[in-house]
Design a protein around this ligand. Structure first.
Ligand code: GP9
Ligand code: MN
Length: 687
């Protein structure tokens, strides 16, 4: 027996043999951790394959470093690398258990200031079996010490070690190529740490995160307080005074921000086969108590939803590349809507979203923005058929949100982010009772069907608000975050709009999204001012009567007279009531006619361009340099991120406490009785 074992283990007595053993063991345990400890959501064979294979290239590379060294040292190095690598897995397993996200260097660097209460909670959430990641190392050490595996002292050819390094890089590139083919923009758009681990692996994630953190600290380090001065100077020159007939009119009311995913303005009043796609939103849009804006543009770039959120709640632009929420959301100082409202008027602040909390780094960013609650996937009951695409179907999402809404002490600021109307606009038969368009473009045609579904969900939600009595004391803001149909679908867009040919002018107009503010008694109507997502926060704050004269916000109240109506797009193009500039071409905004500019027009356009370039670059400076750390408006206190946790249990306890103490929630006002049974939905999944 001993002999047999010896023969079998002979190859282990070579350096290469031991190397392969340690790599394979590491590979196996990483994969086990992927499957048991993280929710990476690998769907389909490409993602499954990448998830399985992805620990290997990096392991070959990192463990391969040891092969450049001699004798015993090489063995020790392999073990030390294994300990370090396994500790990275260990730390992530524990962190993920608490935060459903991977550790980032930013968080580790400033754990107290970022405030995930790391030290305190880590001990409580570590399980004995987490130490399993070290078991193979212990066994290997025993085998070496007892000479069951002998150390191969022969020199290992550098050439071989080098070939291995080259091979591992080649494998990594191949892996990245496959990953990027499946999810384009994986690293440039920086969606979610889960994606990077799923596609590329924990080591690659560490490297990428280190790079990002480094970049972020470098821009932060090079900024100083005087940069803020130039921003403040600019803002002072560009401030407009609020419209007196609206200022403070909605003071103290609850605020609902309803994020209509991928919802474009053209859908309003749009018909397919004679039927309105979104009858409820149309009614809402035309309601006497709704302020609607028909020249309101989305201004997002790669960060899509996250850019919209950044603009809406901070009045800061998204970045020219990637997502500001992902790269700067954790570390930067913000003065966002939730923080302002909770400090100013004692608002309870909560975000609702039926996706994992790590997407767009919301779990960290929302803390920086002062959100007291973030109800994400773990708060919602999930059953087969409840989700599609990124997460919960809207009807189920809204319905399940009611039980949290009714517990929030009033006034509250609640943002609900819908999901179903998201590319590729998939929805099951049972939920599809609306005709698709017939352009023949498979991506475009089902868009109206999911939009219709979103409309129905919104209708059910509004009905509930009425029943719960929330319609009277709430402002309901609804907006589309960005286009649903991208510029790649020109022929289909032409058909949808009933045009022969689509120009850049049409495509820019196609970037309009709805923006509506509704409240009982609000003087509504369709407002034609030119504006965009950057303008939402000042508009809302003025309506709520929150003093807004010394905040750092790049937008202007949409209701203000004399506002600058130049809408900046992230690529430097713009639209104003007179001119639209796309690349080198200037159009007449009203007629869509391409202009040959006179000298005077040239001057006017250059002035607008200057305004746009300046505001974009100053806003970027605020984010890159974390400039808000140098400036705190009067009456505003820096957000203490460490006071928030979005973990289900403690959050629910906090909510229960708040409700008891303040007695202002819907439930408390309803004599402790829940209103959830008032929520009516025709969602087939809930029947
Ligand atoms: C994911 C959702 C989608 O949670 O918000 O983001 P998007 O792809 O629209 O930017
Ligand atoms: Mn979106």
């Amino acid at each position: 027996m001993a002999n047999f074992f010896k023969r079998k283990t002979n190859w282990l007595n070579t350096r290469m043999g031991f190397f392969l053993l340690i790599v394979v063991l590491f590979w196996v345990k990483t994969y086990i951790a992927y499957q048991t400890e993280f929710t990476l959501g690998a769907k389909g064979s490409v993602q499954q394959f990448l998830l399985f294979i992805n620990p290997l290239p990096a392991a070959l590379l990192v463990f391969g470093i040891a092969l450049y060294f001699r004798g015993r040292l090489a063995y020790w190095l392999m073990l030390i690398i294994d300990v370090l690598e396994s500790t990275w897995i260990f730390a992530n397993v524990v962190y993920y258990r608490e935060f459903s996200d991977f550790l980032s260097f930013g968080i580790m660097k400033g754990s107290s200031s970022v405030g995930n209460n790391l030290g305190k909670s880590l001990a409580q959430i570590t399980h004995l079996y987490d130490f399993f990641v070290y078991v193979d190392i212990i066994i290997l050490i025993i085998l070496l010490v007892t000479h069951v595996i002998r150390i191969d002292a022969r020199p290992f050819k550098r050439r071989y070690a080098f070939s291995l390094t080259v091979l591992s890089f080649a494998l990594m590139f191949a892996e990245f190529g496959m990953a990027n083919a499946d999810r384009s923009g994986l690293l440039t758009r920086t969606f979610d740490n889960n994606y990077i681990v799923k596609y590329l692996g924990l080591n690659e994630y560490a490297a990428f995160n280190a790079y990002q953190t480094q970049k972020e600290s470098a821009t932060r380090a090079s900024a100083n307080a005087s940069d803020m001065k130039s921003v403040l100077k600019y803002l002072k020159q560009n401030r407009v005074s609020p419209n007196v007939s609206y200022y403070g009119k909605e003071k103290g009311k609850n605020v609902f921000i309803i994020h209509l995913e991928s919802f474009q303005q053209f859908l309003i009043d749009y018909k397919v086969d004679g039927k309105e796609v979104t009858p409820t939103l149309n009614k809402f849009y035309h309601n006497n108590n709704t302020l609607s804006f028909d020249n309101f543009y989305n201004q997002v770039a790669q960060g899509k939803t996250s850019d919209a959120e950044m603009m809406l709640e901070n009045s800061l632009f998204g970045l020219p590349q990637g997502s500001a929420m992902t790269t700067y959301g954790t570390q930067n100082t913000f003065q966002a809507a939730p923080a302002i409202l909770s400090q100013e008027d004692g608002y309870t602040t909560a975000a609702f979203h039926g996706d994992v909390p790590s997407f767009w780094n919301r779990d960290n960013t929302y803390k920086s923005w002062g959100y007291q609650y973030f109800f994400s996937s773990s708060y919602y009951t999930e059953k087969p058929g409840y989700s599609v695409g990124y997460g919960l179907k809207d009807k189920i999402f809204f319905k399940q949100s009611a039980k949290y809404i009714e517990q929030l002490p009033q006034p509250f600021y609640a943002k609900l982010i819908t999901l179903t109307n998201h590319y590729p606009y998939e929805l099951d038969k049972k939920n599809t009772d609306f005709p698709a368009t017939k352009t023949g473009d498979k991506t475009v045609d089902p868009y109206v069907q999911t939009a219709h579904y979103l409309d129905q969900s919104f209708a059910e939600f509004l009905t509930y608000l009425k029943k719960a009595g929330l319609d009277k004391n709430s402002v309901i803001v609804a907006y589309g975050d960005h286009y649903g149909i991208s510029n790649n679908h020109r022929p289909a867009i032409a058909q949808l709009l009933g045009k022969d040919k689509i120009t850049s002018y049409d495509l820019t107009q196609f970037q309009k999204v709805p923006f509506m503010i509704h409240a009982n008694g609000l003087k509504g109507g369709i407002n034609h001012t030119y504006g965009g997502e950057i303008d939402v926060l000042p508009t809302l704050l003025d309506l709520l009567g929150v003093k807004n004269t010394d905040t750092v916000q790049f937008g202007q109240d949409l209701l203000a007279k004399n506002r600058n109506q130049t809408v900046a797009f992230r690529d430097g193009n713009f639209v104003s009531p007179k001119y639209m500039k796309v690349g080198g071409t200037v159009y007449d905004t009203k007629t869509g006619e391409e202009l040959t500019l006179t000298a005077a027009q040239k001057k006017a356009v250059a002035k607008l361009q200057n305004h746009v370039t300046t505001e974009l670059s100053l806003s970027d400076r605020v984010i890159y340099g974390d400039l808000l750390r140098f400036y705190t408006p009067k009456n505003f206190k820096k957000v203490d991120k460490s006071s928030f946790t979005y973990k289900l249990k403690p959050a629910m306890e906090r909510l229960a406490d708040a409700e008891k103490q303040e007695k202002t929630s819907v439930v408390a006002q309803n004599n402790g009785k829940s209103t959830v049974s008032d929520y009516k939905t025709d969602a087939p999944e809930l029947k």
